[in-house]
Design a protein around this ligand. Sequence first.
Ligand SMILES: Nc1ncnc2c1ncn2[C@@H]1O[C@H](COP(=O)(O)OP(=O)(O)O)[C@@H](O)[C@H]1O
Ligand SMILES: [Mg+2]
Length: 443
Amino acid sequence: MSAEPSQVEATPVRAAAPIDKHEALIRSDNFKKIRTVVFASMNMSAALMMSREQVRAGIEQIAAEVVMRERLNVTTAEQTLIVNEILNDMFGVGPIEPLLADESVTDILVNGPDQVYAERHGRLELTPLKFRDNAHVINVAQRIAAAVGRRVDESSPMVDARLADGSRVNVVLPPIAIRGASISIRKFAKRNITLARMAQQGNMSPAMTRMLKIAGACRLNVVISGGTGSGKTTLLNALSHHIDEHERIVTIEDAAELQLQQPHVVSLETRPENAEGLGSVSQRDLVRNALRMRPDRIILGETRGAEAFDVLQAMNTGHDGSMTTIHANTPRDAITRLESMVMMANGNLPLLSIRRQIASAVHLILQIERMRDGMRRVTRITEVAGMEGDVVITQDLFTFRFDTTAYQDEVRGAFESSSLRPVFSARAAYYGLEEQLLEAMRP
Ligand SMILES: Nc1ncnc2c1ncn2[C@@H]1O[C@H](COP(=O)(O)OP(=O)(O)O)[C@@H](O)[C@H]1O
Ligand SMILES: [Mg+2]
């Protein structure tokens, strides 16, 4: 059982040697000289219409000429570094380009020209990277925004944007950001946490992963419930890996995070209103639209409001195998939250019919928790069994049972099957999976 990365913690560390050298070079007079000549002798607006490689050739030539003419003490390797740096300045995100390319970096935080933090493996570290000055940071921030058709300047000093690779960027310019322009990049995490990996690291038991795979194959509608950062989206993503390749999947998210592996996926993302208060596209709009796109399954990243009504409808009208997450503390709480969201969307619906809708739409609720030892655990797999009177009936198929004799700072316990016969075993039989299901449930 391997532990998850530790909590975020700010620890400035010493620079690695190669970056020091790199920094010394880009702070050197030689660099400044070459850069100045390049920028003076190139037609910038024309250069920006060319490809990076085309421009590289031009810069290489100019740099070589400057080195020759001024007899600068610059090696060929340094010359290449300088050319790259100038290219990054022109095309990319300047000094933070290497952090964007580094797969182990998950977050990049620029606080003015002299402070660049990077998060790796859950630890925040001060890097030796620096911008030339505040204007340089602003320049990079504006280029990032411009690349996605957004503007950031005095009149709109804050902007959210998504980079081409899916990373999210937030920019705040001075004077709103008092200590210099701030750029926060949350890199598009490559989520390779699979169900198997989750079983390995103790997020759930192997039997639970077997049951979840069967649930997916039987096209159960699944709601993942948990707190912020508990791992809902990660679990949703892991579950989605087991959807058949031939299905057409429509995903709906506020910020595209899911990484489906299947070939036939349409990913939709909401949009906030623009400066004139127009053009917003809500999750509800997207769920409704998705129904007209002939999806086999709909995956809604997180149910937060009125779209709950439409998603339940989708689940009830042949889009079996749909999945979503919800912010709730228990499966029971998840049902209550769904009720109130539907009620807000459609005030005329009597509670009883809302409950009936939930009871027939939702098959499974997975409760996930980040516990005090830092481990994420699927604490319950709860099946919605139907209605009794005006109450939605549930039964727990798996639970995490705490070992109360453990020391205070430890979390010990075991994942246990309730050995109940799942209501969906009839459905599993239809898919030829009943035997496997009952086997997974065996304690
Ligand atoms: N099972 C897991 N093992 C290790 N890291 C995880 C796991 N689940 C989530 N994480 C990490 O925790 C963070 C929050 O996870 P996420 O799934 O986005 O949570 P939520 O959707 O509940 O807010 C992410 O950085 C993710 O990589
Ligand atoms: Mg999430």
